[in-house]
Design a protein around this ligand. Structure first.
Ligand SMILES: NC(=O)c1ccc[n+]([C@@H]2O[C@H](COP(=O)([O-])OP(=O)(O)OC[C@H]3O[C@@H](n4cnc5c(N)ncnc54)[C@H](OP(=O)(O)O)[C@@H]3O)[C@@H](O)[C@H]2O)c1
Length: 323
């Protein structure tokens, strides 16, 4: 089968399109004929092996352990292990796998769900970690309630494009922070108010918010706290402020340290990729409350270009690979 393989960590130059053997599945795994795969910041982190804790988290200390990149995908079940009970050959699925940028990938049955009936394979592949992160950030950590004021920083990207729609589905009044060229996108996705960060400061003190979902990761903790109500909740999702060891995660650590001593709730989390929340998202998608916003689709041979496009900050919503 064809796959995008990397032997070393590095920039997009390390990615090669090669013919390799189809993956073998364990008893609790499913082999999926991949039709489309999602691109997210995680792909860049695994490609580069940065920040270094990524390597210690099981991806391989000196070189990538699983040479095939990519985790989010959608496709058709081609084979099932003998302990698999929820899927059979021919089922259309979406979710997380090992090595999505390939014609076939293996996945644990607990990280897959039936593809939403109203989505194309490209749209379903875009859901994955971005939508799961937005869902868990707002529902479990932000505990968003109807009528609350929610601020989404980094609203035009992969996680943000889902977060706007989910916060609206939870009944919140949503303010989206983005760059000038993406104002139209965040409005189309349902934002009630938009802050163009090149002209306006969300922390000016004019307005405060019950919940802030910080996906872009450039603002200091003190600025974020200024924009929160006295009992508001800050959920830090990400940070790409550089640094080979912490890559901006020092803000998350500071938030966790300060939180017990102030009236505001300050925290962070790592997304859990299980089928239960994929089913929640499937229902929201099938009810028409969430529609993946796809910016571009690239062929398998152009994964490097797709990752670079995302890394350069151009993406409006999600980027996908069609296989
Ligand atoms: N905690 C977790 O489990 C988890 C899971 C998934 C992702 N993440 C992290 O979340 C972050 C975002 O991921 P993503 O997939 O959504 O990335 P993405 O698709 O690249 O989107 C990031 C967005 O941030 C915006 N942005 C950049 N600078 C900004 C600023 N100063 N103010 C407001 N917005 C700004 C960019 O758009 P503009 O052009 O509008 O600036 C871009 O749309 C990454 O750090 C990622 O590693 C964490």
């Amino acid at each position: 089968m064809k796959a995008i393989v990397q032997d070393t960590y590095g920039s997009t130059d390390v990615l090669e399109l090669r013919d390799i053997d189809k993956p073998e599945i364990a008893d609790d795994e499913v082999l999926v004929r991949v039709h489309a795969a999602g691109v997210d910041r995680g792909a860049w982190h695994v490609m580069t092996g940065l920040p270094y804790p990524v390597r210690l988290a099981g991806y391989g200390v000196r070189a990538p352990k699983n040479g095939v990149l990519g985790t989010d995908m959608s496709g058709v079940v081609a084979a099932v292990g003998k302990n698999v009970t929820r899927f059979q050959t021919g089922d259309e699925v979406f979710g997380k796998c090992k090595g999505a940028y390939a014609e076939y990938a293996r996945a644990s049955e607990n990280k897959l769900a039936a593809k939403p009936s109203n989505l194309t394979f490209e749209q379903a592949a875009a859901v994955g970690v971005s939508a799961l992160t937005a869902l868990q950030g707002l529902r479990d950590h932000g505990r968003v309630k109807p009528g609350q004021q929610v601020l989404i920083i980094g609203a035009s990207g992969g996680v943000g494009s889902f977060a706007i729609q989910l916060a609206k589905a939870f009944g919140a009044e949503v303010t989206a922070v983005c760059s000038t060229t993406k104002i139209d996108l965040v409005r189309e996705l349902g934002a009630d108010h938009v802050i163009d960060y090149s002209r306006e400061d969300f922390a000016s003190g004019e307005r405060t918010f019950d919940v802030i979902l910080d996906i872009a990761g450039n603002s200091s903790l003190s600025r974020l706290r200024r924009a929160l109500t006295p009992t508001g909740t800050l959920v830090i999702v990400g940070g790409e402020t550089g640094g080979r060891w912490l890559a901006g995660t020092d803000r998350q650590l500071r938030a966790l340290a300060v939180s017990p001593f102030v009236g505001q709730k300050l925290g962070s989390f790592i997304c859990r990729e299980g089928y239960e929340d994929l089913l929640v998202l499937k229902q929201l998608v099938e009810a028409g409350k969430v529609v993946p916003a796809i910016d571009r689709a690239y062929p398998l041979s152009e994964v490097a270009k797709a990752i670079q496009y995302l890394e350069d900050g151009h993406a409006r919503g999600k980027v996908v690979i069609v296989i």
